[in-house]
Design a protein around this ligand. Sequence first.
Ligand code: B12
Ligand code: SF4
Length: 300
Amino acid sequence: MSIDALLVNPVFLSQNEAERELMSPYIPLGLLYLGAFLRERDFQVEIFDGTFARGNQDFIAALETHQPKTVGITAVKPNGDKVLELAAIAKQHNAFVVVGGPDPTYSPDFYLQNPAVDLVVHHEGELTLAEVLDSRQGGDQPAYALGEMPGIAFRDQFGELVVNPRRDYLLNLDQLPTPARDMVDIDKYLQVWREHNGYASLSISVSRGCPYGCKWCADAVHGQDFRIRSVESVVAEVKSLKDIYNIDRLRVVDDVDGLDAQWIADWAAVAEQEDAVLPFEALYEVERQDIPMLDIRDSL
Ligand code: B12
Ligand code: SF4
């Protein structure tokens, strides 16, 4: 059976000594958001997670099993070459190859210089990837046929790089489905965390965007428009992570947290009411002197 899309996490513990030394593998949350969003729109979608795979042979087996029309690979800078290696394998299996995530957002040219990559999706990915899959249904057209669709980059008929403007950010994050954690082997992640760190942690995203605009990071994937989920939706997700996976800690993977002290206070209050309290770690803007989050966290 040929599925619509295979989403790929190119981080292989088996091939990455630095990650093996840490042994704190994080689920590919961006892909799990994309997976949930596509599934909700009735696309047939699977995830190939390199984390516990033996090597490229497992990726090839996934391509042969699923015969995906589109392969979508997520990329950060240190994985760039690995992403291109997997893209070439996917291309040999006749897939339309899309690359997305932080590094293709910064450097679409690095990926599109390689003929194995058909398309870059830059910035927030849910709406753009769904629209790409929709537009390509029933056809084998080249990437440039997608024309002026926002949020993409491709090579035109003459091989020149075209980067379309980004798509507007999603304003109401509560409209997004919960990340499809069932699409990866969560039990294995938790087992590794417990064995190597003595506790089990899973990641969660509470907000998107960061208003600070530090020079080296000014064009972050989720932009400068800070958007935050409702306290209720976050508490419901944490409660389900606690109940289903029995985790000990949370890693909040937002660009920046603690901007809105009232939101943090409300989160703490509702979490206590709903028995959804867990220790967490998060990123905070380094020059801010007020740290309301730490007081509240300590009081839990
Ligand atoms: C949390 C975090 C971590 C955590 C957890 C990472 C993880 N694997 O979950 C830890 C601490 C482990 C970490 C490690 C590293 N990180 Co980090 N991290 C982040 C942070 C703050 C949030 C990432 C996140 O989960 N966001 C939430 C999810 C929902 O968003 P997302 O992943 O971006 O996915 C969306 C879009 O990007 C897009 N998308 C993503 N993939 C794909 C794929 C396709 C096909 C499509 C269509 C779309 C798409 O759609 C998604 C939904 O909208 C970002 C900052 C940022 N703004 O991106 C830095 C960031 C990604 N990290 C960065 C770096 C450099 C690293 C390290 C290399 C650091 C180091 N030197 O070791 C390592 C690499 C780890 C690895 N092996 O991959 C850089 C990457 C820069 C670059 N040019 O690539 C960033 C952007 C920080 C920065 N501003 O410099 N990181
Ligand atoms: S505070 Fe962090 S996420 Fe925000 S712009 Fe600066 S480095 Fe980027």
